[in-house]
Structures are given as structure tokens and as C-alpha cells.
Design a binder for this molecule. Structure first.
Ligand SMILES: Cc1cc2nc3c(=O)[nH]c(=O)nc-3n(C[C@H](O)[C@H](O)[C@H](O)COP(=O)(O)O)c2cc1C
Length: 161
């Protein structure tokens, strides 16, 4: 099974968790990068209203992969505009599996998982699992249990097919 982890991270927490997951799953990682800098104030407002933000071109064709993991922080109880742009761009999604890794300060992860699910399921993808990490646990390097459980769900979803 070939797994791609697509990650947006501003301060690095989401990237730390995404990279640790990539090691466990032997997955490829791609960074979603804003184009032309990013301001947390306007980014937070755009997130709140469900708007997109320009990103640099990342390989948005996932034809080589069987499973996509979206790794994203919670912004304004929503997804950052850059994550939303990436999700709207990806192609060759139909029939593929996806999972969601959410990083946050303290609240909004459930809503973020629901938003990502709705967008990806509309593109014909099949939801497998989600996991949530907290900023303070990432700072304390205490997220391995959550991540191990998440990685196992992703691996066993492939064995079932
Ligand atoms: C614009 C903005 C809005 C945020 N909104 C929320 C929120 O609604 N709920 C929450 O729990 N954390 C919120 N956070 C905190 C981030 O989710 C948290 O700091 C996370 O660790 C950031 O991940 P990163 O280091 O990969 O950028 C927000 C952060 C920013 C910059």
C-alpha cells in the first residue's frame, strides 16, 4: 500500500506528528505551502468563513497512492484556507481511502474531521480513521500512543481488501 501524508503546518506541530506517522507507515510526505506568505489574522478569518487560500503547487494528483492522510491544524473551528485549497485541488481520488490527522490547541477537531470527510467523500474517497493530537502533548512529545493506534487502523484497512 502506498500512502501519502499531505500536511499543512504553520508552527510545526502538525508537521512533527505527520513526520512521526510517516516513519511508522513508511509513507511519503508532502507539505502544503501558502503562496505569498501568510498572516494568522487573515488566515483565521478565511478559515472561519470556509474560504480557500493560495498555495504553491504541490503534486495534487494522487494517482500513485492508495491512501491519503490529511494532516491539518484546527483554525477557527475549521480547516485552514490552505488545507481547503489543497483538498479542492487533488485529483484521481475516486475509490481511494483517506484518513484525517488533526492537531489543535483544545477544541474543534470533531468539526474539522466532519468537514474533511464531507469534502473527500464528495470526491469518491472512503474514510478509514481519524486521530487528534493536542499542541501541549506535541510540545511534551507525548503523542506516540495516539499515533500508534492511528497507524494500526490505517494498516489494517488495507489488509481487509
Ligand atoms: C489562526 C489560528 C486559529 C486557530 N484556531 C483554533 C481553534 O479554533 N481551536 C483550537 O483548538 N486551536 C486553534 N488554533 C491553534 C492551533 O490549532 C494549534 O496551535 C496547532 O498546534 C497549530 O499547529 P501547527 O504548529 O502545525 O501550525 C488556531 C491557531 C491559529 C494560528
Amino acid at each position: 500500500m502506498k500512502i501519502l501524508i499531505a500536511c499543512y503546518s504553520w508552527k510545526g506541530h502538525t508537521r512533527t506528528v505527520a513526520q512521526a506517522l510517516a516513519k511508522k507507515l513508511n509513507a511519503s510526505c508532502t507539505d502544503i505551502e501558502p503562496q505569498g506568505g501568510m498572516s494568522p489574522v487573515s488566515g483565521g478569518i478565511k478559515a472561519l468563513f470556509g474560504m480557500k487560500g493560495k498555495i504553491r503547487s504541490v503534486g495534487s494528483d494522487i494517482k500513485e497512492f492508495d491512501h491519503l492522510v490529511i494532516a491539518t491544524p484546527v483554525w477557527s473551528h475549521n480547516i485552514p484556507p490552505y488545507t481547503r485549497q489543497y483538498l479542492s485541488e487533488i485529483t484521481n481520488t475516486s475509490g481511494k481511502k483517506f484518513s484525517v490527522l488533526v492537531e489543535m490547541g483544545g477544541s474543534g477537531a470533531g468539526r474539522v474531521v466532519a468537514i474533511v470527510r464531507k469534502m473527500m467523500e464528495a470526491k469518491g474517497m472512503e474514510f478509514v480513521a481519524s486521530a487528534v493530537t493536542l499542541e501541549k502533548d506535541v510540545d511534551a512529545n507525548q503523542f506516540d500512543t495516539v499515533l500508534t493506534e492511528f497507524a494500526e487502523k490505517i494498516q489494517s484497512s488495507q489488509k481487509n481488501h
